[in-house]
Design a protein around this ligand. Structure first.
Ligand SMILES: Cc1cc2nc3c(=O)[nH]c(=O)nc-3n(C[C@H](O)[C@H](O)[C@H](O)COP(=O)(O)O)c2cc1C
Length: 596
């Protein structure tokens, strides 16, 4: 596979440190217009040289995705849809076609092979040391080094269910690796079986090999279905697995590196902080960990890693593949769903845009509820529904205009449900507000149109009642529902400010409050605001709609700890600049993405 990806790989010969330097360069690369895969040939750490190179950004861009998946993503979705909708064949051509489809299912069954390439070198006992691997520390405030692209293989206590999930793994020492499977995830469910039975749980981590295995580990397959079967379906050939040396688990035979061991479910260790894909750090919290018993590798292994942080990053492309391939599966619970998009600056679970063919009043509400109840879709905090007349979902500018012209306060639904364990803004951990907006076009009962003022004039008026307001910028003033973003000095809550500016309601419609620096940066504004709101606390629906996208504290009755932003380390950026390694990205883009 790496051979096929060669045209997209950029090799870096300059020795760079596994602490911050390598991840910072990959972070910048992922934000370029056409990012490349980076192969760091000389990873070092305080003068120590690692023998194993580091590969980052393997899911670099859409073209690379097509090489990795072997075909167009929509074609894969179509094949899945055909399989789901397959009817008993009647004619001979239909029978032959059906046979072909069933044959594809046969490919999903994993085969077990011996003498696997991933066991060329075998290190057991004292020789199996995590410090021999070039594991990265991505962010300055991270609690240590983390494996970020590990496929974590587990099985149920009775051995009937196999699972692979991608969870970050914190290195505590040479022999202990944190297992950050969040509470809602499949491995966490399996873990509970072992905990109740007080039995040791075997765990194996595979790194590298065919990157399609890595993507499968992130795929939100229903519980009980082994994600590796999806690999077989997409590749059109049976996955080849091999049995681990020290436990009963099986891992892809072509993995570059395999870490084998077990987890004692009665032991926990503090995990984090870690600069996460929300662009905020996830705070310290106890998680289970594994004891390392063996490390095996290919003859010449490569260590795969990724960087998560503020968008856009490599997970944009991994998430895009998931979005496309899972559309037919979503349609099984929401048949009138035409399409959906999860923009990366809504960090996937913070914002979903869905296009439906509504047939009756409340149709979009019905689909909203069904999405909020299905697997990992239930993490979605904000869902906006449009109908088939809307522009393409990824034409964000035209789509927003359409939404704002079809939006009515009465069509906002605020509900409560589970939220991603990473969500930092919900009133209580794991449970929070859900916001649904039905912007399908319909007979409008509300013909409000605000008297829009120039930003400067509006700022002056607002400041006259609220001196804590620092800046104002209005967006989409040509629509029925313009958005007014207000930056304020958080000496008061946004709610208090909202109450006093409501007197200017003829000039206002949707007011968004922030206390950070994204007022002129719509891309990062969406990122910040969708991250920071819990609709139950932060959305006020009246003649004017208020949305509090500011960082929360005790002024808001927020009693949890608010995490810091994930930001680069200035000295590291300077060093990379001085080495001439930062190119192909303008100062303006560096500022837009908050790299500098
Ligand atoms: C780069 C990246 C890092 C991830 N890290 C974690 C993590 O640390 N913990 C977690 O529970 N999920 C993490 N995920 C999401 C899971 O991989 C995803 O939810 C997957 O479907 C879980 O598999 P499971 O349903 O078999 O548990 C990550 C995803 C990506 C793309």
């Amino acid at each position: 596979m790496l051979e096929m990806l060669k045209p997209y790989i950029k090799e870096i010969d300059t020795p760079l440190d596994v602490n911050l330097e390598i991840p910072h360069l990959a972070y910048i690369e992922a934000k370029k217009k056409n990012p490349k895969i980076l192969l760091f040939k000389n990873p070092v750490e305080n003068g120590k040289k690692y023998d194993i190179p580091v590969l980052m950004n393997i899911f670099a861009n859409e073209e690379v995705l097509e090489v990795i998946f072997g075909k167009n993503l929509d074609l894969i979705a179509k094949e899945i849809e055909e399989l789901i909708k397959m009817k008993p064949p009647k004619t001979l051509p239909e029978k032959l076609k059906a046979f072909g489809k069933l044959f594809a299912i046969k490919n999903t069954i994993p085969k077990t092979i011996k003498n696997a390439p991933c066991q060329y070198h075998i290190y057991e006992g004292e020789a199996a040391k995590l410090s021999n691997l070039p594991i990265l520390k991505t962010w300055e405030r991270d609690g240590g080094k983390f494996i970020t692209m590990g496929q974590v293989y587990t099985k149920s206590l009775d051995g009937n269910i196999r699972n692979v999930g991608m969870y970050r793994l914190q290195v505590y020492d040479d022999k202990r690796l944190g297992l950050h499977w969040q509470i809602h995830k499949d491995s966490a469910h399996l873990f509970w079986e072992y905990k109740k039975a007080n039995k040791l749980m075997p765990v194996s981590i595979a790194i590298g090999g065919d990157p399609l295995y890595t993507w499968c580990a992130t795929a939100p397959m229903p519980p009980g279905i082994f994600e590796v079967m999806l690999y077989g379906f997409i590749r059109g050939k049976n996955p080849k697995l091999t049995k681990c040396i020290t436990n009963e688990l099986e891992v892809p035979a072509d993995a570059d590196i395999v870490i084998e061991g077990y987890c004692n479910p009665q032991e926990m260790e503090i995990e984090g902080m870690f600069g996460d894909h929300t662009g905020y750090y996830t705070l310290k919290k106890p998680f289970p960990f594994m004891h390392v018993e063996a490390i095996t590798t290919k003859k010449n292994p490569i260590y795969y890693a990724t960087v998560v942080g503020k968008p856009p990053l490599e997970d944009k492309y991994m998430g895009y593949a998931t979005e496309r391939i899972f559309l037919p599966l979503l349609k099984t619970t929401a048949p009138d769903l035409i399409d959906y998009a999860m923009p990366e600056n809504g960090v996937f679970h913070n914002l979903i845009l869905a296009k439906i063919a509504p047939r009756y009043p409340g149709h979009s509400l019905q689909i909203m509820h069904s999405l909020w109840g299905v697997g990992q879709m239930s993490f979605v905090k904000h869902a906006i529904f449009v109908d088939e007349k809307a522009p393409p979902l990824r034409d964000y500018e035209s789509l927003t205009r359409y939404i704002l012209n079809n939006f009515e306060p009465k069509n906002i639904l605020v509900s409560k449900g589970i939220v991603d364990e990473l969500d930092h803004s919900s009133i209580e951990e794991l449970v929070g507000g859900k916001l649904g907006v039905d912007a399908t076009s319909s007979e409008k009962s509300d013909d409000f149109s605000p008297n829009v003022l120039k930003d400067k004039e509006l700022l002056k008026k607002l400041k006259s009642v609220e001196p804590l307001i620092e800046d104002v910028k209005q967006y989409f003033t040509d629509t029925k529902n313009p958005i007014c973003v207000i930056k304020f000095d958080k000496k008061k809550s946004a709610k208090d400010i909202f109450e006093s500016i409501k007197k200017f309601k003829e000039h206002l419609r949707i007011v968004v409050f922030i206390n950070t620096d994204e007022i002129d940066n719509p891309y990062m504004l969406v990122w910040r605001v969708t991250n920071n709101i819990d609709a139950l606390r932060d959305v006020w629906i009246d003649e004017v709609i208020g949305i509090d996208g500011s960082n929360k504290n005790e002024l808001d009755g927020f009693n949890r700890e608010w995490p810091p932003d994930v930001d680069t380390t200035k000295e590291v950026i300077e060093k990379l600049k001085n080495l001439g390694l930062i190119e192909g990205i303008s100062e303006e883009e560096m500022k837009k993405y908050q790299i500098i």
